[in-house]
Ligand binder design. Structure first.
Ligand SMILES: *Cc1c(COP(=O)(O)O)cnc(C)c1O
Length: 384
């Protein structure tokens, strides 16, 4: 048996040199929608690209290996990946989701529940009593996001996944904020791992995509069949681009989290900042769990400005290295105001329950020089 490859090697080189037609080192991009039959009734491995495509399969295989799953289904967006997992829930069953989940996920869960496709319970997953109560209602699916968006709350995946399994539920973890370079939820007990590949996996803010990785072969098969039926599979060109991004996943995220740690320490010491939410800070409530279940603290953080929304306006208009924009995980640093941007789809009441205040700013820290990033925040906070 050959030695199992290190994830860094998988990311950099899975599928390299596998082209049988011309010996291309970089796996080629196959745009053809349809494939030759080898004579009458001679359907080959590929027939039609909605169902299966070699370039998309190359990405799926790489992601499955990085997450330690049995296989993966590559979808057209992260939301399509979330919805693909939800398609496995039978009518009338319960889905338990974090009350501070990604805004688009919150909107989708609420809309599908309103159409009675399933019931939804949004719970504070850092509150053990709330989790136990929800799992006591025999849910079909528990959805976890850790660290959560935008407050970076950390959930003990092994503990609540074990509890959910005992209650008969499947467990899905949205691993978008860390990527498999920093956290592998299947090893912590998850059945499904969801990605918006738009973020760290692609890493260059130029493709929208998603993926679901499943631990069990039967789940991979069911997800692939459903994705083919509904047509949510990702485009081959996008898969090619995302795999190109995955090649540099480890060095990007490692450098970005170094920058993020420096930014967090800087903000923590600033008088205009009332709280910093970064799991790498020793005072963060999820610090110890993050240390245990992650192999790094990531490059996302958020912070509260003591001056509320007026201070937010000044800071986001003053930054020059950070760009005011939604999304995250790219090589460039971004700042977002969750209450009016990423989490505007939540009602003000739901935001209040989730702890997302009007003075909260979220940062996606990129690959720029640490000193430029700190100087930019220093001058922007200096306007307060
Ligand atoms: C962006 C994001 C999504 C949705 O992904 P899209 O690619 O934008 O559809 C889902 N979950 C999390 C945590 C995200 O950050």
């Amino acid at each position: 048996m050959p030695k199992a490859r290190d994830p860094r090697t998988i990311a950099a080189a899975n599928g390299v040199g596998s082209d049988t037609a011309f010996g291309a080192v970089t796996p080629p991009l196959h745009l053809s929608t349809t494939y030759l039959f080898d004579g009458f009734e001679g359907e080959g491995r590929y027939a039609y690209s909605r169902s299966a495509n070699p370039t998309r399969d190359q990405l799926a295989d790489t992601l499955a290996k990085l997450e330690g799953g049995a296989g993966a289904v590559v979808t057209s967006s992260g939301m399509a990946a979330v919805d693909l997992v939800l398609s496995q829930v039978e009518p009338g069953r319960l889905v338990v989701a974090p009350h501070d989940c990604y805004g688009g996920t919150y909107r989708l869960l609420a809309a599908r529940a309103q159409r009675r496709q399933f019931e939804i319970a949004f719970v504070d997953q850092s509150d053990p009593a709330a989790v136990t109560e929800a799992l006591g209602r025999a849910p079909a699916l528990l959805l976890i996001e850790t660290p959560s968006n935008p407050l970076m709350r950390v959930v003990d995946v092994r503990s609540i996944a074990g509890q959910a399994k005992a209650a008969g539920a499947k467990v899905a973890v949205d691993n978008t904020f860390l990527s498999p370079a920093l956290q592998q939820p299947i090893s912590l007990g998850a059945d499904y791992v969801i990605h918006s590949t738009t973020k760290y996996l692609n890493g260059h803010s130029d493709v929208v995509g998603g993926a679901v990785i499943a631990a069990a072969p039967a789940d991979v098969e069911a997800l692939a069949a459903w994705a083919n039926m509904t047509g949510v599979t990702g485009a081959p060109f996008d898969a090619f681009m995302i795999l190109r991004g995955v090649r540099t996943l480890f060095p990007r995220i490692e450098r970005q989290q170094q920058n993020a740690a420096a930014v967090a320490a800087f903000l923590e010491a600033h008088a205009g900042v009332s709280a910093v939410h970064y799991p790498g800070l020793a005072g963060h409530p999820g610090h110890e769990i993050a240390r245990a279940q992650q192999s790094g603290f990531g490059a996302m953080l958020s912070f509260d400005l003591a001056g509320g929304v007026e201070a937010v306006r000044k800071v986001v208009e003053a930054v020059q290295v950070f760009s005011l924009a939604e999304s995250l995980g790219g090589v460039e640093s971004l700042v977002a105001h969750p209450a009016t941007m990423t989490h505007a789809a939540m009602s003000p009441e739901a935001r209040a329950i989730a702890g997302i205040g009007d003075g909260l700013l979220r940062l996606s820290v990129g690959l720029e020089s640490e000193s430029d990033l700190l100087a930019d925040l220093d001058q922007a906070l200096g306007t307060l």
